[in-house]
Ligand binder design. Structure first.
Ligand SMILES: C[S@@+](CC[C@H](N)C(=O)[O-])C[C@H]1O[C@@H](n2cnc3c(N)ncnc32)[C@H](O)[C@@H]1O
Length: 282
């Protein structure tokens, strides 16, 4: 493994009361220092809230209306297709601000295609989009057609990183976590980080998002061990979704993650963090 990349590190101290335990008897509070690396961050506000009428249920039929910068999108999300959650919306907001001109891009788990539409409108020269089944990809294709995405788009049924489509300039993902259906909940995050070098060209970038509940410092540490240069592109707070409270095991598990959420006025908030991670050039 090569030497770690040189990073200009700014440790952000967020003056907010954090609690990482859901058991009232056993909760702790502390001034929380979020150990995130911030290089040339795009979003100057450190703990803004994500706004918008974002559906709380994931697999219901809906029409998603979202505005990212000057892009106003209205996407059909049929029943059974993942309804973009705050993670998906913040990732959309984030990539809308980037330039993907001429890039060959892979998105794992494209869902309704919300990010693929943005990537196409922001200059991608080729898109490869994966999902677990064909019907989901069919819906994504309709949304891409609606927005006149004209670059070549390949739809591939694949099990997460098990894809053999050559190497890409950029890899985008909003990995399953709370509903990952894996005993090891970080499975999709960790495999993404560990296998990114196989899917990316040298110097290529991985852009993904997850919540503080998935343990941000652990992600940054793994990215650094994989020789990637880490930049935080965005971070925003969002209140717990209803389905978190329906899963006691999840709440208990999250209680063990340091700094997984904050509590303000009796409301629990997770922070969503979007990462851009670059592989070294040889
Ligand atoms: C958190 S959702 C993100 C969907 C979409 N990118 C978004 O942000 O709205 C994760 C997506 O990964 C897909 N997925 C789940 N397991 C997968 C697997 N093993 N391989 C590929 N995709 C998977 C799900 O169907 C779902 O659409």
């Amino acid at each position: 493994m090569c030497a770690l990349p040189t990073l200009k590190i700014i440790i952000l101290s967020v003056d907010v009361t954090f609690e990482n335990c859901v058991d009232d008897q056993d909760h702790w509070e502390e001034q929380f220092s979020l150990h995130v690396l911030r290089l040339n961050r795009l979003n100057e506000e450190s703990s803004t809230m994500l706004k918008g009428d974002i559906p709380n249920k994931n697999l219901d039929e809906s029409t998603l209306e979202c505005t990212f910068g000057d892009l106003h999108l209205q996407l059909d999300v049929p029943a059974g297709v993942w309804n973009p959650t705050p993670n998906g919306i913040l990732l959309g907001e984030t990539i809308e601000q980037l330039d993907f001109s001429g890039e060959r891009i892979l998105e794992l788990g494209t869902g309704c295609g919300v990010h693929a539409v943005v990537l196409g409108l922001r200059g991608a020269s080729e898109l490869v989009l994966t999902e677990v089944d064909d019907s989901i990809l069919g819906h994504a294709q309709r949304n891409l057609d609606k927005y006149g995405i004209t670059c070549p788009v390949k739809f591939v049924v694949a099990d997460w990183i098990q894809i053999n489509e050559g190497q890409f300039d950029t890899l985008v993902a909003n990995p399953p976590f709370a509903l990952s259906n894996k005993a090891y909940r970080r499975y999709f995050i960790d495999t993404l980080i560990l296998e990114a070098h196989k899917l990316l060209k040298p110097g290529g970038r991985l852009i993904f998002i997850h919540s503080t509940m998935a343990d941000v410092p652990r992600t940054i540490s793994l990215l650094e061990q994989c020789d990637m240069n880490v930049r935080i592109l965005a971070d925003k707070d969002f209140p717990f979704r209803d389905y978190y409270f329906e899963d006691e095991a999840y709440l208990k598990e999250m209680a063990a993650v340091p700094g997984s959420y904050s509590v303000r006025d009796g409301v629990r908030y997770e922070r969503l963090v979007a990462f851009e991670c670059r592989l070294p050039k040889p």
